[in-house]
Design a protein around this ligand. Structure first.
Ligand code: TXA
Ligand code: MG
Length: 315
């Protein structure tokens, strides 16, 4: 495929992106978390093209993006808990997994045949404008080759999937910088992925602690193969919780310290999250092993540590 068209966040850009989605093409678009690789979620061929472009195992289901709560409710068995979380956090960096309604009209490739679907209402203005211009459900995983670092700029998308998408809607860097937090609501609320919405805030809204589906940060507690699968990985090996730089490494710091690049000199976890993937992309370009300073394991730090643990996992 020839080089993708770069679209700008203006009415003509949104209209063009919506047209391309409508004709079954892949369009990369920004959200507040990361750039997504979008396709019409009702079009099986278009959804298949997502899996093919990413080189993604087809059993790993995708998130469906919608402009608002009302649009989301059309696909799933809604519940009081869903409503409480949606009212509190949508639009925003939260994905809810809910039981699919019959006659949902989504391609079964989106859900990988599961009886549930992951739904997200992104807050980013361009994502909202695109979803409204398109007027249908958009399936979108992060716009990176499977297992590699997620994209937080259009340039990252271009470098990883530039020859595989029809267009990239460029609206600058993503403000949150980590994928959405995923909460399963098919049964009792379950944390399926730490992400851009801190778990502690979700627990306040729920009024109870959120059970965790997996503990990928601690290899000893992994129960099923694949839970600590290598993911979000740079080309170079990565070492986390590094207190000092070893010879031949590049050092990614956090807080006041000597390092090659700092996630946040002020030890601000929001800033660190927003810079994480861009920093890994930058350091990876140097071709040296990457050491990363300890990151506090609360708030967005939990999601940062989750991503680092997967990047550090054996390949
Ligand atoms: O921030 C984000 O969530 C980004 C942007 C583009 O919205 N998207 C994203 O998608 O990170 P992706 O495909 O990289 O991650 C989707 C995650 C996967 O871990 C998948 O296993 C899980 O959602 N998932 C999707 N449907 C599910 C379901 N029915 N049950 C359980 N997990 C599900
Ligand atoms: Mg991803």
């Amino acid at each position: 495929m020839k080089a993708p068209k770069i679209l700008h966040p203006e009415p003509a850009g949104f209209a063009k992106a919506a047209d391309l989605l409508g004709s079954g093409q892949l369009v990369a678009f920004p959200t507040e978390t990361v750039y997504g690789l979008g396709a019409d979620a009702r079009n099986g061929r278009a959804v298949a093209a997502i899996y093919e472009a990413k080189g993604r195992p087809s059993f790993n289901p995708l998130i469906v993006h919608l402009p608002d709560v009302a649009a989301a409710q059309a696909y799933v068995a809604w519940s009081d808990t869903a409503d409480r979380l949606a009212q509190a956090f949508w639009p925003g960096p939260l994905t809810l997994v809910l039981p699919l309604l019959p006659e949902h009209g989504l391609s079964s490739l989106v859900t990988a045949g599961l009886p549930t679907v992951a739904l997200r209402v992104p807050a980013q203005k361009s994502a909202q404008a695109l979803l409204r211009a398109f007027g249908g459900p958009v399936a979108a995983p992060s716009a990176n080759p499977s297992g590699r670092i997620s994209p937080t700029t259009a340039a990252h998308v271009m470098a990883g999937l530039g020859d595989k998408v029809s267009a990239i809607l460029d609206d600058g860097p993503c403000l949150v910088g980590l994928e959405s937090t995923i909460v399963g609501l098919a049964e009792a609320p379950l944390l399926l992925r730490a992400g851009g919405l801190p778990i502690e805030i979700i627990e306040v809204a729920l009024g109870t602690a959120l059970a965790e589906a997996e503990t990928p940060r601690d290899p000893k507690r992994v129960r099923a193969p694949g839970q600590l699968a290598s993911h979000y990985a740079p080309n170079a090996p990565l070492r986390m919780n590094a207190t000092a730089k070893r010879i031949g490494e590049v050092f990614l710091g956090f807080g006041a310290m000597a390092c090659d690049l700092n996630l946040s000199e002020n030890a601000d976890l929001h800033e660190a999250a927003a810079r994480l993937f861009e920093s890994l992309h930058q350091l990876d370009a140097k071709g040296l092993p990457i050491a990363v300073a300890p990151i506090p394991d609360h708030g967005l730090g939990r999601a940062i540590n989750d991503r680092l643990a997967r990047a550090a996992a054996p390949r």
